[in-house]
Design a protein around this ligand. Structure first.
Ligand SMILES: [Zn+2]
Ligand SMILES: [Zn+2]
Length: 339
């Protein structure tokens, strides 16, 4: 006597689908537990903790469909652009930028790369992070530092790596100056093009870029691991205004996370885009069309404004990008720094 019939197979398939959805497989989840299996357990890596422009997605007070959809469906929401660098063998973790979504992003990092000590007391006293590296003083990139103050974490001596004007900005302006005077953060100097050794196998180099520098200079970072390197430039005015060729910088790394704030010049509905210059993704696509496919495959656009159609995976813009051999950074994506 047969033990199953077609109806039972369908039921079984539906059940399996329900279980896999419940476990988070097959959805674009912020946490990607399976990604851990794809690299050697001790290999250092970078994880993308957010992909949105400074104001996040959805954006406060935006009543357009772009943000109303994300308010109705939490799975569509995205945190502000941020990378974490993790060295599992040393149990160390650093952030590049400290965003308004810091709390959520730290929880995401804890789920992926928990603080390592098995001893509960040691774990409780373990620093939250081994350091934070800042790109610049626009709101999406440093205001999460407020959580390190005595009202929230009450951190002690959190290393915060900053360029000279950024250091001055934090030191001279409240409430940030209080983090410095109370010792919640300990400022460590960065100099353009001078590598900083995070530990014996990881180094980070700030690279100055042209950007609206009202409060601080702006840098991107190059992250070098034991065998692979990453470029991170979330904010830049235009590629043409830089004294370097972006193509040369891409050639020197394995993966490049690049400013993709606006897809084109139309999406802000008549606002003067020269006030907020960024390389439109369409312009970057034209520029990078001349690159070999292997170079284009390194590029991931990040720092997406709430109006950017690349935030919606089924958009025409996304298809256009894929057809051009380019891609969008994914929240939760892991890039291995070792082969
Ligand atoms: Zn920004
Ligand atoms: Zn900026």
């Amino acid at each position: 006597m047969p033990i199953s019939c077609p109806m039972n197979s369908r039921l079984l398939a539906l059940l399996l689908l329900a279980v896999s959805v419940a476990l988070g497989f097959g959805c674009n989840s912020a946490h990607l537990p399976w990604a851990r299996a794809q690299r050697p357990p001790d290999a250092p890596y970078v994880v993308v903790l957010g992909v949105a422009q400074d104001a996040g997605y959805p954006q406060t007070a935006c009543r357009r469909t772009c943000c109303e959809a994300a308010r109705l469906e939490p799975a569509l929401r995205r945190y502000v652009a941020c990378l974490a660098i993790v060295d599992p063998s040393a149990g160390q973790r650093w952030l590049i930028d400290c965003t308004p979504d810091f709390g959520e992003q730290l929880a995401m990092l804890d789920a992926l790369a928990p603080p390592q000590s098995s001893d509960a007391r040691a774990k409780a006293s373990q620093p939250l992070l081994d350091g934070i590296l800042l790109t610049h003083a626009h709101i999406g990139h440093y205001t999460g530092l407020q959580d390190l103050g005595r009202e929230v974490c009450g951190s002690s001596g959190m290393p915060v790596y900053a360029m000279p004007r950024m250091t001055e900005f934090l030191t001279r302006n409240g409430p940030w100056s209080q983090l410095v005077s109370l010792g919640n953060i300990e400022l460590r100097p960065l100099q353009a093009d001078q590598p900083v050794a995070l530990n014996a196998r990881l180094k980070v180099t700030p690279i100055t870029v042209p950007h609206r520098d009202e409060f601080s200079e702006t840098v991107g970072f190059r992250i070098d691991g034991p065998a692979r390197s990453i470029l991170y430039i979330p904010d830049i005015d235009k590629w043409e205004r830089w004294d370097r060729r972006i193509e040369d910088e891409i050639a020197r790394v394995d993966v490049a996370f690049l400013d993709g704030t606006f897809f084109d010049g139309e999406e802000l509905g008549g606002r003067d885009m020269s006030e907020i210059p960024h390389p439109f993704v369409l312009e970057s696509m034209q520029r990078f069309a001349a690159l070999p496919a292997a170079e284009r495959a390194k590029i991931r656009f990040i720092h997406l404004n709430h109006t950017n159609a690349l935030l919606r995976s089924d958009s025409d813009a996304n298809q256009l990008l894929r057809d051009a051999g380019l891609s969008v950074a994914t929240q939760g994506e892991i890039v291995n720094l070792q082969r």
